[in-house]
Each structure stands twice: as structure tokens, then as C-alpha cells.
Write a protein that binds this ligand. Structure first.
Ligand SMILES: NC(=O)c1ncn([C@@H]2O[C@H](COP(=O)(O)O)[C@@H](O)[C@H]2O)c1NC=O
Length: 540
């Protein structure tokens, strides 16, 4: 640390995001700070009658190559990097006529925004900032003498300290330096990720991921864990919980964000122009998912799947929220509702429940889009492409004597898409475009089938009690004509036999087990129609 705190006499300002820079520069000028600036920034400041020195006056060199080289010069980097209390540095500065730069204000070419706008390769390349990061890194290294500001949000802090103390305090300079390195690291992460994407590289030697702080969270999954929510890293941004506008309700918690993400990704599987879809999520697993002509109908059906578990859940809808659906959704306690948009009447209805967090995402994420999925393990990161596999009617192969009926096939495809969003081992029973029983996260597929059957039994009872099911009560109290989906193959007939026992008439599963023949024979024996997808949807 220098003996005396460094007074700011000379500032270099070079910003792409010009938010607040004019006011900041005016205040600096008022504090007798000499201003140096690059092309566009200098012009803007001059329009405000500020006295600004062009960077070319400092370097003795014009800005060249469309701005590719403007600040990359020893007069700039010497001014940023020279340690003022080092006699050799001081002598070099003297000898080469290098004046110190005490404050660096830089924000970078908008690379991520350019990529998000779908710009062509050459435009993206041109938006990789070179001179800016070089200066930021230099100034941050020399934070003992230099203040570096990369975020317009920090302009007031710097001015306050200059006014109060005559300089920016050492602790603040260090914090700003840390922020500066995080900024350049995040910037390079965006560039390198984009490059890897361009090359279709899924396993580059070095991987950097970055994000921008959206929200500090009160705690993590549990109260003793600290947590924060970072957004970004995908381009273009995927509509969802990270991009959504929160219209009302308490602050989102870590678990809310995780569950809302699961819920919204699930409903996005269903084309809103074909049918309304609603998912109700608890602990990242669906307890009810349904399709309908309207969101209200879909919600009713989803709720009936597991009314008890739905309490305090997260609801996602794939269409603009309307008044009818909103009125139903606020009947029981719900933590979060997320939809692409909401009608004004729906907003008024939800507003009656002040605590409900309402998120409007502005669009639905594309379930087929490519992207990366990350998870941390001790000492490392597991990276995989996201599960964008989607099984449609044309992708399945009938393997049993009996082929599914049209209605069964619709339900099979529906159930398998839901299954993709249920923790493994997953078994989903469905009927008429609605789940009736979901078995999630068991170590044994047989147990998942049994749990799902138990849920289906409860669901059938609830429907009869509420008069929603016009079928006569059956002794076994099971929904009739339901189908079953399994996220992975049945290694033995036992799991499949559980679905038959529960009353399923048709089954969808990936196939590919050594004992497929035995499983198919068991299905034939029970007159089950079974289709293979050839695609597994494990989710852990
Ligand atoms: N090439 C250079 O020497 C260079 N020096 C600074 N920049 C960037 O130029 C931008 C500001 O340009 P202008 O003041 O002309 O609007 C800033 O985002 C800054 O990071 C540069 N541009 C790109 O690398």
C-alpha cells in the first residue's frame, strides 16, 4: 500500500454503455479531475461542454482500424500500471513522458447482447472488446494506486468517497478491483462459450461459465445455506424464471426458483396453440400435469391428480393467464404462479392474494432448443447438453400384439413427456391428457409404479367424491383406461406387471433391456398395448 492515499487527478473514461456517464464526468470535472476519453465517449462529453482530452493526445497516435487499436499504448498502460512509490517505475514514467491515470472508467463492447440479437459471425467478432479488458485488468492489478470502475452503479460510491475523503478508500479500490476481474472473466466466458458453440464443441479443454447477479437470496435450500441467483450464460436468453418479471408477491426463495424452473420447463413441452397445459410442482417434481381446452380446465384436471400435495405448490401455465384460471388457482395456497403473460382481470384476481408470487416470463422456452446443463460435484462440474429429446407419435414402435388405440397413444405421448420432468425412477399414469398418479425418485422402478398406483387410487377417489368422474365407482377404486409411462426400460417384468395390476391398459417405455422379450410377453399376457421410444429420460 502507498504511504499516502492516491488522489484522483486524471481519469480515463471509455464506455460503451453510456448510462450516467455524463453526470459522473461532470461531477469529476467539478472535483478538478482531468478527463481523457475515447472517440464516442469524448464526443458525448463534449456535447455537454466538458473539457475532454482525446486519447490520441495522450498516445500521440490516432485511433486506428475501426477502433480496434485506440488505448493499446504504453502511455495508457504505463499510466495505469506504474506503481507510484517505486523509484524505477517513477523514473520510467518520467523518462517516457507517461502521466499517471488515477481513475479508469470502462465498460465493454456489448458482446453478449450482440450474440443474443442473432448477429452474424463477423459482427460478433467485431464486438469482442480488446482494449477495454486490457485496461481494466491493468488498473485492477494496480488498485493500490488506481481506482477502476466497470459498473455505472458504482459511480455514486466513487463520488461520495472522493467528496468525503478526498480519495477513494483502499478497501473500496480493492473491492472494485475484484469486481473488475470478475467482469473481464465473465466477459471472456461469454466469448469462449460462444466460440465453443460455433464449433459445436461440447468438451473444450477449459470451460468458463459466467452469470450476473440477479438477486441475493435470504438462504439456500436450507436456512443455514447462503445463496444467490445469477442469470446469463445462455444466448439467446431462455424465457423462464431468470427472465421473468415478478408482478407481485414476496421475494423468490432458492427453492421457489428451482421449482418454478422445473414447472415452466414442463409446461413448455406442450404447444400452447394445440392445448392449454398446467403443471403443479412440489420439490421439483410434478404432482399434477394436465392439458385442456382452457387453462381453467387444465388446472382442474392437474389439481385432481394429487390435491393434497398441490397445497403450497408452484403452478405453471403455457398460455396467457385468464380470469377463470386465476380464480381457481388462488383457491388453495400457492407459492408461485408463472405464465407467459396475464390478462388484466387475471392480474386483479391474483392481486387478492398478496403473498402469491406471480411471474410473467414473456414467452415459453423452446423444449427442443440446445443448451447446456450443469451440476456441481465435489471438486468439479458435470456438463451435459440439455435433454431436448422429444418423443412424438411417429417416434414410437409398437412391440405388443395389441397396438394402442388413438386415445391411448395420445395419453402415452403425454405421459412420457411428463415423465421426462419427473425424478428417476419415474412412473407416470395418465388418462385423458391428465396425470392421475406419479411415482418419483425411487431407487426401485417397482416402488415408483406402486407409489404412482397409490396416487392414482387417491386421485380416482377424489374425482368420484367431487363428482368430476361420471363413471360408476369400481371396487378397486382405480381410474379406468389409464396408461403408464416409464422414464427408462423395465429390466424385468415385475415393474410392468405393477402397472398392469394398477389397471393400466397401455405402456410407453424406452425399451432396450436384455429381458425385453420377457417384458413384452408379460404385456401380451395382460393384453397391454406397449410402445418403445428408443429414448430414455433419466432425470436426477
Ligand atoms: N481497441 C482499443 O484500444 C479500445 N480501447 C477501449 N475500447 C473500448 O471502446 C469502448 C468505448 O468506445 P467509444 O468511446 O468510442 O464509444 C469501450 O467499450 C472500451 O472498452 C477499445 N475497443 C476495443 O477493443
Amino acid at each position: 500500500m502507498p504511504d499516502t492515499e492516491p488522489v484522483i487527478r486524471r481519469a480515463l473514461i471509455s464506455v460503451s454503455d453510456k448510462t450516467g456517464v455524463v453526470d459522473f464526468a461532470c461531477e469529476l470535472a467539478g472535483l478538478r479531475v482531468e478527463l481523457i476519453s475515447t472517440g464516442g465517449t469524448a464526443s458525448l462529453l463534449r456535447e455537454e461542454n466538458l473539457i475532454v482530452h482525446d486519447i490520441s493526445e495522450v498516445t500521440g497516435f490516432p485511433e486506428i482500424m475501426d477502433g480496434r487499436v485506440k488505448t493499446l499504448h504504453p502511455k495508457v498502460h504505463g499510466g495505469l500500471l506504474g506503481t507510484r512509490d517505486n523509484p524505477q517505475h517513477a523514473q520510467a514514467m518520467d523518462q517516457h513522458d507517461i502521466a499517471p491515470i488515477d481513475l479508469l472508467v470502462v465498460n465493454l463492447y456489448p458482446f453478449a447482447q450482440t450474440v443474443a440479437q442473432g448477429a452474424d459471425f463477423a459482427t460478433c467478432i467485431e464486438n469482442i472488446d480488446i482494449g477495454g479488458p486490457a485496461m481494466i485488468r491493468a488498473a485492477a492489478k494496480n488498485h493500490a494506486h488506481v481506482t477502476v470502475v466497470v459498473d455505472p452503479a458504482d459511480y455514486p460510491l466513487v463520488l461520495d468517497e472522493m467528496r468525503q475523503h478526498g480519495h477513494v478508500r483502499a478497501g473500496t479500490r480493492r473491492a472494485l478491483a475484484a469486481k473488475a476481474y470478475a467482469r473481464t472473466a465473465a466477459y471472456d466466458a461469454a466469448v469462449s462459450t460462444w466460440f465453443a458453440d460455433q464449433l459445436g464443441e461440447t468438451a473444450p479443454k477449459w470451460r468458463s461459465f459466467s452469470g450476473e447477479l440477479k438477486q441475493t437470496l435470504r438462504y439456500g435450500e436450507n436456512a443455514h445455506q447462503k445463496a444467490a441467483f445469477y442469470v446469463g450464460g445462455t444466448s439467446p436468453a431462455r424465457p423462464g424464471v431468470a427472465t421473468a418479471r415478478q408482478v407481485q408477491g414476496k421475494e423468490l426463495s432458492y427453492n421457489n426458483i428451482n421449482d418454478t424452473d422445473a414447472a415452466y420447463e414442463l409446461v413448455a413441452e406442450f404447444d400452447p396453440s394445440a392445448s392449454a397445459a398446467v403443471a403443479i410442482i412440489k420439490h421439483a417434481n410434478p404432482c399434477g400435469v394436465a392439458l385442456g381446452d382452457t387453462l381453467a380446465e387444465a388446472y382442474d384436471k392437474a389439481l385432481m391428480s394429487d390435491r393434497v400435495s398441490a397445497f403450497g405448490g408452484i403452478i405453471a401455465a403455457n398460455r396467457t393467464l385468464d380470469a377463470e384460471a386465476a380464480a381457481k388457482m388462488i383457491e388453495i395456497f400457492t407459492e408461485v404462479i408463472i405464465a407467459p403473460d396475464a390478462d388484466p382481470e387475471a392480474l386483479d384476481i391474483i392481486a387478492q392474494k398478496k403473498n402469491v408470487r406471480l411471474l410473467l416470463a414473456g414467452g415459453l422456452p423452446d423444449p427442443s432448443a440446445q443448451g447446456l446443463h450443469l451440476r456441481s460435484v465435489a471438486g468439479g462440474l458435470l456438463v451435459q447438453t440439455r435433454d431436448n429429446g422429444r418423443i412424438g407419435r411417429d417416434d414410437v414402435r409398437v412391440v405388443t400384439r395389441r397396438a394402442p388405440t388413438e386415445r391411448e397413444l395420445d395419453d402415452l405421448i403425454f405421459a412420457f413427456r411428463v415423465c421426462k420432468h419427473v425424478k428417476s425412477n419415474a412412473i407416470v399414469y395418465a388418462r385423458d391428457g391428465a396425470t392421475v398418479g406419479i411415482g418419483a425418485g425411487q431407487m426401485s422402478r417397482v416402488d415408483s409404479a406402486r407409489i404412482a398406483a397409490h396416487k392414482a387410487e387417491e386421485s380416482a377417489r377424489a374425482k368420484r367424491e367431487s363428482g368430476l368422474d361420471d363413471e360408476k365407482p369400481k371396487p378397486a377404486e382405480m381410474p379406468q383406461g389409464m396408461v403408464a409411462a416409464s422414464d427408462a426400460f423395465f429390466p424385468f417384468p415385475d415393474g410392468l406387471l405393477e402397472t398392469a395390476k394398477a389397471g393400466a391398459t397401455a405402456v410407453i417405455q424406452p425399451g432396450g433391456a436384455q429381458r425385453d422379450d420377457e417384458v413384452i410377453a408379460a404385456a401380451d399376457e395382460h393384453d397391454l398395448a406397449m410402445v418403445f421410444t428408443g429414448m430414455r429420460h433419466f432425470r436426477h
